[in-house]
Design a protein around this ligand. Structure first.
Ligand SMILES: C[S@@+](CC[C@H](N)C(=O)[O-])C[C@H]1O[C@@H](n2cnc3c(N)ncnc32)[C@H](O)[C@@H]1O
Ligand code: SF4
Length: 398
């Protein structure tokens, strides 16, 4: 066991952000921008590789557990672009022998050959943004595809060889009835995905929905959707292992598990976030790259110009890189760990935050008495009731 005050180096993942989409969806607050003309694909791949070069000292000898290519719409980029990215990354990083490599795909950009080429490159998990199979809802969500496109994307993925598929489905959509929400879920389950992400629609600031919200179903309808949906997922062998994530045995996303277990990750690409533990310095760094694709690409040009003069640009892609304050660490850890069905152990908490668990003792005890957490001495988990009131549970640690 680790003595409190000593940080342990956790497993390391890599997140790669692709910031473009065909069109911006009105509910989406991800760092995604409507494509305007041809994408600067080659330039962006070079920038990603240069960005990674500047981050290499944060690897600290670790192998890469997982890679997640998210967006935006990563399936807008060609297999050729990823071929270059992977060839170069493999020179610089040590990929775990069973590395999980996920790519997010929008059904409106699915192509049989492209998916087959992605698979041939070693991308072994595809996450398809289906959202709904209902024509009216897809239209209101501003999606660029219909239900047939989604079905075709799933078919292409399977034919390409993908054995690990995630489908993203949203519920609680404007004017959605519980019957419609359940029909969407049922149809998604009928494709036998290994993993399903079932998200309740949230209205985020800086989105078109925030300015003009859709008529969200009343609370009792949402509860009806949740009760029926959770029962259906469980009955079909999709176990809930995180608030919105459901998987067959052994099919949980290793990448997302690493986030929720407070593992480390490098983030490359426009607006990508990273978290890096530095045991020698006794700190955990949070990093954020330049958010606007234009600014990110400008940084790449600057870095290249410096390199041509035999000079090294100092972290040209970084917008922010600051250690997490000690007083913020407990909440940062718990925000992740308490979302997980498995919860966390006292030793994990102490090794990954470097803080004594006894600081949390009283609050954990009180939440346990309220039936929101269970604590069996070593392991702390969120109860079913705690999941329902997760914000209050987390609020106790603010
Ligand atoms: C980066 S997107 C996935 C890939 C691709 N961009 C797409 O939309 O097809 C991640 C997922 O987050 C979910 N999501 C995005 N905005 C949301 C919101 N406001 N509320 C709930 N879920 C949301 C969607 O299910 C979406 O597929
Ligand atoms: S396609 Fe995905 S990332 Fe792009 S705007 Fe829509 S939800 Fe956001």
């Amino acid at each position: 066991m680790n003595a409190p005050g000593t940080l342990t180096l956790p497993p390391l993942s890599l997140y790669i952000h692709v910031p473009w989409c065909v069109r911006k969806c009105p509910y989406c607050d991800f760092n995604s921008h409507a494509q305007n003309g041809e994408l600067p694909e080659d330039e962006y791949i070079d920038a990603l590789l240069d960005d990674l070069n500047h981050d290499l000292n944060y690897v600290q000898g670790r192998e890469i557990l997982s890679i997640f290519i998210g967006g935006g719409t990563p399936s807008l980029l060609s297999a050729k672009a990823y071929e270059k990215l992977f060839a170069d990354m493999q020179q610089k990083l040590h990929f775990a022998s069973d590395i999980e490599i996920t790519l997010e795909a929008n059904p409106g950009t699915a192509e049989r050959e492209k998916f087959a080429d992605y698979f041939a490159l070693g991308i072994n998990r595809l996450s398809i943004g289906v959202q709904s199979f209902d024509a009216g809802h897809l239209q209101r969500l501003g999606r660029i595809h219909d239900a047939n496109d989604a079905e075709r994307a799933i078919e292409f993925a399977r034919k390409a060889g993908f054995k690990r598929l995630n489908l993203d489905i949203m519920y609680g959509l404007g004017e959605q009835t519980p019957e419609q929400a359940i029909a969407d879920l049922q149809r998604a389950i009928s494709f036998e995905p290994e993993h399903l992400s079932w998200y309740q629609l949230t209205i985020e600031q800086n989105t078109a929905y925030y300015k003009q919200p859709p008529p969200i179903p009343p609370e009792d309808s949402i509860i009806e959707m949740q009760d029926a949906g959770l029962a259906m997922l469980a009955a079909n062998g999709l176990q809930r292992y995180e608030v919105s994530a459901f998987a067959r045995e052994g099919e949980a996303s290793r990448h997302n598990l690493n986030y929720w277990r407070f593992g480390d990750y490098l983030g490359i690409g426009a607006g990508a976030h990273g978290k890096i533990t530095q045991p020698l310095q006794g700190r955990i760094l949070r990093m954020r790259k330049r958010k606007q694709p234009d600014h990110y690409l400008q940084a790449a040009r600057y870095s290249k110009a410096q390199a041509e003069k035999n000079l090294v640009a100092r972290y040209p892609y970084l917008a922010d890189g600051t250690p997490i304050e000690k007083e913020d660490l407990p909440l940062e850890f718990l925000l992740n760990a308490l979302r997980l069905r498995e919860g966390f152990t006292v030793s994990q908490y102490e090794a990954l935050t470097g803080l004594p668990f006894s600081d949390l003792g009283k609050r954990v005890e009180s939440l346990t008495h309220q039936g929101l957490l269970t604590a069996d001495g070593e392991r702390i988990t969120t109860t079913e009731r705690g999941y329902q009131f997760l914000n209050s549970v987390l609020g106790a640690f603010v």
